[in-house]
Every structure is written in C-alpha cells, then in structure tokens.
Ligand binder design. Structure first.
Ligand code: HEM
Length: 429
C-alpha cells in the first residue's frame, strides 16, 4: 500500500492509499474517503456496486458547476450502457412504468413546463399554512413513545413523520395513509436493489395514485378540495394542464423525493446533535427560547455536515466534455457527491467541524440549478419542527447504543441510519 488508489489505480506515487469505497466501513463514515478523492482524484471514475461505471465529482466548485451544466442530462436515454441494454440506473422497480417522466429524469423544455406547473400548486404559502399540522403530527408521534423512556427514533419518529405529512399535503385520506406507510417502508428497507417487494410496492402506489387522481378530478368542483393533488390537477400555465399521468408521476416523485430524505435529515441530524453536546445545548436553548433564526441555521448546518443525500441523482454526458480537468465521454454517468462537496475546505472553513452558527453556509444539500429541491420549504419545516420539539419535550435525550454499533444503510444516493435507539426520562403526555 501507499502508492495509488487500489480501487482504480489512480493517484501518483507517495500518495496515501485511497480508502475503499462502498464497503460497510465506508457506509458508516464515508468522509475520509471523500477527503482523499477531493485531494487526489476530484473527478474520479469508479465501478459502482451495481457494476455501472460512473464519475464521482467531489470538489465544491466542480460539483456546483456539474449540477447546473446543461451538457449533463438527467434523461437516462443518454446513458451509454442504457443505450446498449446493459447496466441499471434509476429508481428500482420503476423501469418501464409510466412514472418515469418525473422532474428528476427530464431536461428542459419538458422540465421547465412541469416544474412551472407544479410550482403553482406546491407554493411556499401552502407549506406555511401546513405548519400547524406538522407540529400536531410531531407531537402525536412523540406522545406515542414519551411514557416509555426509550424509543427507536428512526422507526417511531423520523420515518412516519414525513410519510404522514406528505400524504396529508397531497390529500390521501387518513384511512389509507397506513398503506403508504407500508409501501414506503418496503421501499426504504430494500431501496437500491431490484427486489420484488419494492417493485410490488411501487406498483400498488402507482395504482392507488392513478385512482386517487381520477377521483379528485371528478370532485374538483366540490368544497374543500384544497389538497395538493387537486392543486396539481387545477394548475394551468398558458392554458396547459398536467395530464393525469403527469399528475400521478408528480405525486409519486413528491412522495419518493420527500420521504427518505426527510427521514435521514431528522435521523442524521438528531444523531449528530447527540454526538456534539455543546452544539446540542445551543440548539436546545434556541428551541426553548423560540429563537427560530438559530434553529433554521442549525438545521442547515446539520444538512451540510451530514446531509441525507450523499450523491445527487444521476446525470449523463450528452457529449464529450471536460470537468475539473478530467475528460468525460459522451454517455458516461456522472454522480455529484454532495456529501464530499459540502466538506470541501476550499469552500468551508473548518469543514469537519459542526458549527450551528456557521455563516456563509451555501451548502449543496438541496442541490443547485434547475433541479434544486422543490420540497426544501417542506423539508425545512419538518426538520425544524421535529428537532426542536424533540429537544424541548425530551430534554435529557441520549443515545442508547455505542455509536460504533449503529448500522448505516448501504444505499448509494442516500445516507441514513437503520435505527437510532435513544433513552430519556419518561414524560407524561
Ligand atoms: C430535488 C434534497 C426533501 C422534492 C432534490 C435534489 C436534492 C434534494 C439534492 C436535487 C437532486 C439532483 O439535482 O439530482 C432533498 C433533501 C431533503 C429533500 C436533503 C430533505 C431534507 C424533499 C421534500 C420534497 C422534495 C420534502 C417534496 C415533498 C423534490 C423534488 C425534486 C427534488 C420534486 C426534483 C426537482 C427537480 O428536478 O426540478 N432534493 N430533498 N424534496 N426534491 Fe428534494
């Protein structure tokens, strides 16, 4: 050891070895490997566990450029291996389904049209109006375990909160929401692999959404149809509307993009606060005092420091191009490593320090450019409510496991814990 990256052969002599990528150790703490890549191979070709070869982009400046680069397409038809029938990209179980034409798989002008239409329904005003409901859901979930003095915060809190929130927002009737919880559970447990259960869950969700959209369209004129799906059906731009199929794909991507991300924002965020007692005390004080500014800044810093989206979703070179000094061939997949870019010392002072009061914190956790996270206002609302309420209602919350024993999901795009056992003094509702 000691000369070049054993994975790729990259790296000049006298460079320390590249830590192995995509192992369990890597899943538990990918940051040392990302630091190596940023320094020694900032645009790095590697073979992913699926067998697909892709470029990893790890420096902040390159990452930001790549996210907004019009030569990189989101449409998998540009993938060289896809074109030849090899390799597998995209959401498992989703291939061939008509949910493919969603925002994260398309380019302008289609993307511009769909994003404009959804933005008319998914407005900051709608999200702000939703705040009391998010608080109610947060409190009810904490009530469900508060008297026990212990809980698994992933399973009992971080996981159900976003699924009920997005179901409520979309207008999925309460009595059907536990079905969504089951389907989403299947997707999160087995995400990243083409397993039958995932495909079945996606199929059930698709069937349900198609029928729900159809029913909502029929009932559009009725009172009280103020949910997001009705908003999506009604939204019009220069006389254009979403088709039922487009509305179903949109509802699906809102669920899919807004679910596991938020689970991990809450899970990773609480975990890091429990590991940084001084920062946790700071946020606890802010939450108790209603200091929303520090709370908001703190949640942004948690996103930068250990965000839910480790790699942005796929991009494919539509022509030969150069990025960060590296030649990339037409059809090559490019993965922007947000988790690496957000720890780049070229952009952030002391990037490996969690500093909730950090200023100038333009992290890439929500992406950048035309695909910038549509759901960021909702994610912020949920993340802030969840973390503030938890710290206020369970003030002596503590990890109930050795951090080394915690298991991280080994997925490619997302970073999150499988379980987060905690203990606290039991409290009455
Ligand atoms: C896009 C992160 C929550 C809906 C994205 C992207 C990132 C991201 C990085 C860009 C991906 C790319 O360029 O490849 C996050 C994080 C979240 C979160 C960290 C939570 C903390 C949500 C929520 C929703 C949502 C709650 C909706 C309910 C979307 C949609 C897109 C997107 C629809 C695609 C936008 C487009 O392509 O125009 N998100 N997201 N996200 N996000 Fe989020």
């Amino acid at each position: 050891p000691g000369t070049a990256c054993p994975v790729s052969g990259h790296g000049p002599a006298a460079v320390p070895p590249c830590p192995e990528l995509f192992t369990w150790e890597f899943a538990a703490d990918p940051y040392p490997a990302y630091a190596w890549l940023r320094e020694h191979a900032p645009v790095h070709r590697t073979r992913l566990p699926s067998g697909v070869e892709a470029w990893l982009v790890t420096r902040y400046a390159d990452a930001r450029q790549a996210l907004a680069d019009t030569r990189l397409s989101k449409n998998p038809v540009h993938h060289s291996e896809a074109a030849h029938g090899k390799g597998k990209v995209g959401i498992p179980g989703e291939r061939g389904a008509n949910l493919m034409t969603h925002l994260l798989n398309i380019d302008p002008p289609d993307h511009t049209r769909l994003r404009r239409l959804v933005s008319k329904a998914f407005t900051p005003r709608r999200i702000a109006r939703f705040a009391p409901r998010v608080q109610e859901l947060t409190d009810a979930l904490i009530d469900s375990f508060a008297e026990r003095g212990e809980a698994d915060l992933i399973h009992e809190f971080a996981f159900p909160l976003p699924i009920y929130a997005i179901c409520d927002l979309l207008g999925v009737p309460r009595e059907d929401q536990d079905d969504f919880r089951d389907w989403a559970g299947m997707m999160i447990r087995h995400g990243g692999g083409p397993r039958g259960g995932v495909a079945r869950s996606v199929k059930k969700m698709r069937g349900y959404l198609a029928e729900l959209i159809h029913r909502k369209r029929e009932a559009l004129g009725e009172e009280g149809a103020d949910d997001l799906i009705s908003g999506l059906i009604r939204a019009s731009d220069h006389g254009e509307h979403l088709t039922e199929n487009e509305a179903a794909a949109m509802a699906f991507i809102l669920l899919f993009a807004g679910f596991e991300t938020t689970v991990n924002l809450i899970g990773n965020g609480v975990y890091q606060l429990l590991r940084h007692p001084d920062q946790r005390a700071l946020l606890q004080k802010a939450a108790a005092a209603g200091d929303t500014e520090l709370l908001a800044a703190g949640v942004e810093e948690l996103l930068r420091y250990d965000g839910p989206v480790e790699l942005a979703t796929w991009r494919f070179a539509t022509r030969d191009l150069t990025l960060g000094g590296q030649r990339i061939a037409e059809g090559d997949p490019v993965l922007v490593v947000l988790a690496a870019a957000d720890r780049d010392p070229r952009r952030f002072a002391e990037p490996d320090v969690l500093d909730l009061r950090r200023r100038d914190n333009q992290h890439l956790g929500y992406g950048h450019g035309i695909h910038y996270c549509l759901g960021a206002p909702l994610a912020r609302l949920e993340g802030q409510a969840a973390i503030a309420t938890l710290l206020t209602r369970l003030p002596d919350l503590a990890l109930a496991a050795d951090p080394d024993d915690l298991r991280w999901r080994g997925g490619l795009i997302m970073r999150g814990l499988r379980a987060l056992p905690v203990e606290f003094t039991p409290v009455r509702k």
